[in-house]
Design a binder for this molecule. Sequence first.
Ligand SMILES: [Zn+2]
Length: 272
Amino acid sequence: MPEGDTVHRTAGRLREALAGRMLTGCDLRVPRYATVDLSGSLVDDVVARGKHILIRVGPRGADGGTARPVSVHSHLKMEGRWDVYRAGERWRRPAHTARAVLRVDGAEAVGFSLGALDVVARADEDDAVGPLGPDLLGPDWDPARAAANLATDPTRPVGLALLDQRLLAGIGNEYRSELCFLRGVLPQTPVSQAGDLRAWADLAHRLLLVNRDSVRRTTTGVDRDGARTWVYDRGRRPCRRCGTPIRVGRLGEPISGVDAERTVWWCPTCQR
Ligand SMILES: [Zn+2]
C-alpha cells in the first residue's frame, strides 16, 4: 500500500526520468483532461507532498506546449502507481488501467490506477493537495508542529489521528499499526493518554526515512519475507515479542482526505 515513503520514492524516479526534459507525448485518459496536451513543454520538477505527487510542467518550449505553468497532480490512493519505461518497453500493468502517459525522448512514465489525476495551474497546487500537516519526508518536516497538531483533539484515538494528513503527512494504514505497536499503545487509546507526542512524531520520521530508499518496507529491521512487520497484516499470528495472537479490528470514522483504511492490528499484551 502506498504510504509517504513509497510516494517520495516514486517522485524521485519520475524526477530522474522527466525533470529538465521536453515532453514529446502526453496522454491523459480522464475525460476532463482528454484534450489537454502538454507536448512541447519542459518538465521543471517532480515533487511529493505527503501522499500526493506533483509533476510540474511548462511553460511552453520553442515547439509549443502549455502557455502557463501547470502541475499534473496525482494521488496513489490504494492501488495506484507510476512506472517508468524505456521507449517501446512492455508495460508491467494492464493498459486499460493506465490513466496518464507522459513521454520524453527515450522514456515514458505511466500512471496506473491513480486515485486522483488533475491538471492544475501551478499557483493552485495547494488547493489540489488540500491542507497538509508537516510532511514526514519533506523539507518542511517539523516534529514539534506535528506533535502540537496531534494534540489538538485529545479525545481522538491515536490510531486515527496518525492517519489524518492535516496533522502530519505521510502515514498510511501499515505505519499507523506499526507505530502503535512500537510505542506500546493500543490504537484505540485517546491521544491525551498516548504519551509523548513528540516521540511519536520522531519515530514516524525515522521509520519513513529508513524505508524511503528501499524497495521493500520493513519496520522490524529485518528484510525477509514474512518478517517485515510487527503486527500489520499478521492477524491471529503470534506476536514476535510475546507470542500472544495478534488482534485485528476496525477503527475509524471516515477522515477527510484519507482513504477508507480502517483495519488495524495490535498485540493485546504488548500494547496498553
Ligand atoms: Zn506482544
